[in-house]
Ligand binder design. Structure first.
Ligand SMILES: [Zn+2]
Length: 271
């Protein structure tokens, strides 16, 4: 599933090729992804320019002259820029064509992605308005997590994965950040101390920045349809390593299901 680092990497990759370009047409080969693709998009976007492209959580937003497009990659979505002459393949559901040689093409095998259009402030859109702060932004820190978590009995891992608390901390990153911070994923969020949250917040930022850095090197060619996203697998310390040796103490890592998500931790290094 594309997580915040993949979405950020995607955005950085496509931005150079689409910003300030005029849209010549929108073509959809599918009526519905997760939800119906608004049938008016084609008429609305024609002749407009993409003035700004940014990320909010795992959403990508394009600000045009008088509307905005909101995109989510769902479980398997990819956005890539192709030469217009390249014929669409199976699972390539929509194209945003520009007046030059390029098209922005959306591929999604599982069709769980989102494309919507809004005439209002995109940040007020129903999908975006309740999102918590950006983990790489200024309002996210240990004190924020500490204050939000008081009296909460939910596990700290589920707490940091809640997009209303902080966006973009997916399962891999939650596992890794909690290991790096030495905090057991099953510990109640309300029992984690201020000092532990300060440590955890810096580790969340570190793991996301590292992943963006790796994503940036793995996904550098956006016109190559075969390029696979590479999650910096070689660096993962706990995720996907249940029952293998902890890199620090060499005891076997424990794997459990927490909120139906794979959760791996070290019983001796994490308290
Ligand atoms: Zn250990």
């Amino acid at each position: 599933m594309p997580e915040l680092p993949e979405v950020e990497t995607t955005l950085r990759g496509i931005s150079k090729k689409i910003l300030n370009k005029e849209i010549s047409s929108f073509i959809s080969r599918e009526k519905k992804l997760r939800w119906i693709i608004p049938p008016t998009i084609g008429k609305r976007v024609k002749g407009q320019r993409i003035n700004n492209a940014f990320r909010r959580g795992k959403y990508i937003i394009f600000e045009l002259d008088n509307c905005s497009l909101i995109i989510h990659l769902g479980m398997s979505g990819k956005l890539r820029v192709f030469n217009k002459k390249m014929k669409p393949k199976k699972h390539e559901h929509w194209d945003l064509n520009f007046t030059d040689n390029w098209t922005l093409r959306y591929t999604d095998i599982r069709k769980f992605g989102v494309l919507d259009l809004t005439l209002k402030n995109p940040l007020e859109h129903k999908l975006l308005k309740d999102l918590g702060p950006e983990p790489l932004g200024n309002s996210f820190n240990g004190i924020y997590l500490f204050e939000k978590s008081r009296k909460k009995s939910i596990a700290v891992k589920q707490f940091i994965m809640n997009a209303k608390i902080v966006v973009g901390v997916g399962n891999i990153y939650a596992n890794e950040a909690l290991f790096m911070a030495g905090i057991k994923p099953i510990k109640k969020a309300g029992k984690v101390t201020k000092k532990e949250y300060e440590n955890l917040s810096t580790k969340i930022v570190k793991v996301l920045k590292d992943a963006i850095h790796e994503g940036g090197t793995t996904l550098k060619d956006y016109s190559n349809a075969e390029e696979a996203p590479g999650y910096f697998k070689k660096k993962l310390q706990v995720y996907g390593r249940g029952n293998l040796e902890c890199f620090i103490c060499r005891k076997n890592l424990k794997e459990i299901r927490l909120g139906n998500r794979s959760t791996v931790y070290c019983v001796s290094c994490q308290n």
